[in-house]
Ligand binder design. Structure first.
Ligand SMILES: Cc1ncc(COP(=O)(O)O)c(C=O)c1O
Ligand SMILES: [Zn+2]
Length: 415
């Protein structure tokens, strides 16, 4: 089987169309099939040898321990330490949800940029090197911007980052500090994405979530692989994850399926539940309608990281929620803020607005009877709370300010 280009010794696996099956043969990656405009997907060698549990367990603690399921041949040349975030058991959340056991997959603590986007960027930055591209770029709702800028800085690769104008300050500052070309675009994420699709035709850039999307998306599977291995080579019965473009939930499902096919875990795949903000919930609403296409929305929510009104993988995501036996929920901005606070106070983990969406949606699903006392549930906490701390700044007005005197503390105690 031939690969596309080999300037760095690292080879990117070939792509084929997910719809018509046509092989993609151009020297440079593109976003879609030249024949039918369908999405491209990675073609893995049929005859590859898959590792067993002991072989994987002996490898370094990064997402590359699952290299046989990732879209390259040869050693990665960048982002070698990404992955293997903690899986934290949270009994107080289990009680709140009325389930047997609960865990947080803590990508809020991901190295190096504190979100699960480090996983997908680990694929994209290696693809840029494998194809010998001039720069890495992305259209981002914030976390991808942070992850691309950080990875590019480490490798000394130029980065162009396009974001909607209205992102949180920490997401902007936490991108700019690495020294990329950061561009704020007047418009929504969907406007930014359309612009990037045009840029992909114009320049020799690897745009992580546009012309490198087939490679990039595979990185999200590693969250499923890690969950299974960290549970002792078992699957949970249910997983709750936030949705923006819809790629993560789709790849979680794919990842559990690949581990099962390889004999590394057995039993049914987990039910996958997708969570969105009410102010931008096109995937949840498609799931609730039960058929048809995504109806694009104009986002209006504090959960800016999830504010994608016309999600690229929306249909597949809704399909995964259905076929896995899971479900979907959306929650309003007040519930998102309460969700951030309650998750932090029950677990010690401060998640961003997407985490508030995930936790509040899990509570809503529990109230609707989605879970049983036998369930073992993993909540994917995909981004760090310090990145969206401004949404909770109002809480500070309730904090007492006192002179440094014992009697003033005593007064607080008796109040
Ligand atoms: C914190 C966080 N969680 C989840 C997602 C959703 O990812 P996907 O676009 O794969 O659905 C995003 C996307 O930007 C994100 O930033
Ligand atoms: Zn095609």
């Amino acid at each position: 089987m031939s690969t596309l280009a080999i300037p760095s010794g690292l080879e990117a696996l070939p792509l084929a169309c997910a719809l018509c099956g046509a092989a993609h043969t151009a020297a440079r990656p593109t976003a879609s099939c030249a024949e039918c405009l369908g999405p491209l997907e990675v073609t893995y060698p049929q005859d590859r040898t898959l590792p067993d549990r002991d072989t994987i367990a002996a490898r370094p603690l990064s997402l590359w321990r699952y290299a046989e399921w990732l879209p390259f041949l040869g050693e990665p040349v960048a982002a070698r330490q990404v992955g293997w975030t903690p899986l934290l058991e949270v009994p107080r959340v289990a009680r709140a949800l009325g389930v047997g056991r609960a865990w947080l997959k803590a990508d809020a603590l991901s190295s190096v940029s504190l979100s699960f986007k480090d996983r997908v960027v680990a694929m994209a930055i290696n693809a840029v090197q494998a194809f010998g591209l001039e720069a890495i770029a992305c259209a981002s709702t914030g976390n991808l911007a942070n992850a691309v800028a950080a990875a590019a800085a480490r490798e000394g690769i130029p980065a162009w980052i396009f974001v909607p104008e209205d992102l949180e300050q920490a997401k902007l500052v936490g991108t700019l500090v690495y020294g990329p070309r950061l561009v704020r675009v007047r418009g929504t994420y969907d406007d930014v994405n359309r612009l990037c699709a045009q840029l992909a035709d114009e320049y020799a850039w690897g745009i992580a979530n546009v012309n490198l999307r087939a490679y990039y998306g595979e990185g999200s599977k590693t969250m499923a692989f890690e969950i299974a291995e960290q549970l002792g080579w078992r699957q949970p019965t249910a997983v709750v994850a936030p949705m923006a473009g819809g790629s993560l939930v789709t790849k979680l499902h794919k990842g559990f399926g690949e581990f099962r096919a390889a004999g590394l875990v057995d039993g049914p795949r987990p039910r996958i539940y997708g969570a969105q903000a009410s102010g931008c919930a096109p995937i949840v609403r498609l799931f609730e309608r039960g058929e048809g296409q995504i109806i694009p929305e104009r986002p209006a929510t504090i959960a800016r990281s999830l504010a994608i009104g016309n999600p690229a993988d929306g249909r597949q995501a809704a399909e995964v929620l259905r076929t896995s036996g899971g479900g979907a929920a959306h929650v309003d901005d007040a519930a998102i803020l309460d969700g951030i606070r309650e998750l932090a106070s029950l677990t010690g983990l401060f998640g961003e607005s997407a985490a508030g969406v995930t936790y509040a949606s899990a509570k809503q699903l529990a109230a609707r009877g989605a879970f049983s006392p036998d369930d073992e549930v993993v909540l994917c906490i995909t981004g760090n709370g310090l990145k969206t701390a401004e949404s909770l700044a109002g809480d500070l007005s309730g904090v007492p300010v006192i002179p440094p005197r014992l009697r003033d503390v005593a007064a607080l105690l008796s109040a």
